[in-house]
Design a protein around this ligand. Structure first.
Ligand code: FBP
Length: 249
């Protein structure tokens, strides 16, 4: 089993995700959170255990900066824009050697489970796992069901996506949370020895979000990967510390 301790504290993970600039574009941003250095600083002062971003932000804001020693990096290896809707495919943009050069402690890859282009992502993802494991780098699968055959992402669909991550060899799967504890436990159960982190999603009220975080952990998750519900908040630092306190309480 790959050691996840560089990304966790007390056996739990709080990943601050910041790849939305590529995935969604500036529609997610304001004056504060459009600047990567602010989010890196937030990750450090807000109690996150790791920070995820794409290669450009990693190279320009992390690799040769003080943050390299302050917060572990998960380099997001593939990505696409929100303009790609049909047959989603997120191509590989980095190499494991680059990830190591940038100072990454782990790598992440999105698999659009059920996409007509699923085969290409399965092939890239499994190659990434083989390459990363040679250096003992953990691999996190962003497991997102996207298919004309899946009109809605029910909890059963998410459980299938989590299972796909295990079957392909991911060390951690990042999946959508649901509201029912039993369904959440089933998702974690199906991930088997792959650990589960639940994603944040669109901005909701802080109260609702913190309740969801409690549920995520009660279901047996390793932790969570959140972006907008922290750095879109009015006081991101304060919200981040509340998230931290729920995760590590
Ligand atoms: P959020 O907490 O902001 O939703 O970020 C989690 C995340 O998985 C990001 O890593 C990614 O950019 C985004 O959600 C993708 O969301 P979607 O699949 O809805 O476009």
């Amino acid at each position: 089993m790959i050691d996840l301790s560089s990304l966790t504290k007390n056996g739990r993970m709080y990943m601050l995700a910041y790849d939305q600039g590529l995935e969604h574009g500036p529609v997610d941003f304001n004056e504060f959170n459009s600047q990567p250095e602010n989010i890196l600083e937030l990750a450090v002062t807000g109690g996150a255990t790791c920070f995820a971003c794409q290669r450009g932000v990693a190279e320009k804001y992390y690799a040769r900066s003080e943050y390299r020693t302050k917060i572990p990096l998960i380099l997001k290896m593939n990505g696409k824009t929100s303009y790609v809707k049909d047959a989603p495919f997120s191509p590989m943009l980095s190499t494991v050697e680059e990830a190591l050069d940038f100072g990454a402690s782990a790598v992440g890859y999105t698999v659009y489970v059920g996409s007509p282009r699923q085969d290409e992502m399965f092939s890239e993802f499994t190659k990434l796992i083989r390459d990363a494991h040679k250096y003992n780098l953990p691999v996190i699968g962003w497991m997102y069901p996207r298919s004309p055959n899946i009109p809605t992402e029910t909890a059963e669909v998410t459980a299938y996506a989590a299972r796909v991550g295990l079957e392909l060899g991911a060390d951690v799967v990042k999946v959508k949370p649901h509201e029912d504890l039993g369904a959440m436990k089933w998702i974690v159960r199906n991930a088997g020895r792959a650990k589960v982190v639940f994603q944040g999603g669109n901005l909701t009220s802080e109260e609702n979000f913190l309740s969801q975080v409690k549920l995520d952990l009660e279901a047996g998750a390793l932790g969570l990967a959140v972006g907008r519900n922290v750095w879109q908040e009015a006081n991101p630092q304060e919200t981040s510390m509340k998230v931290h306190d729920v995760i590590f309480s």
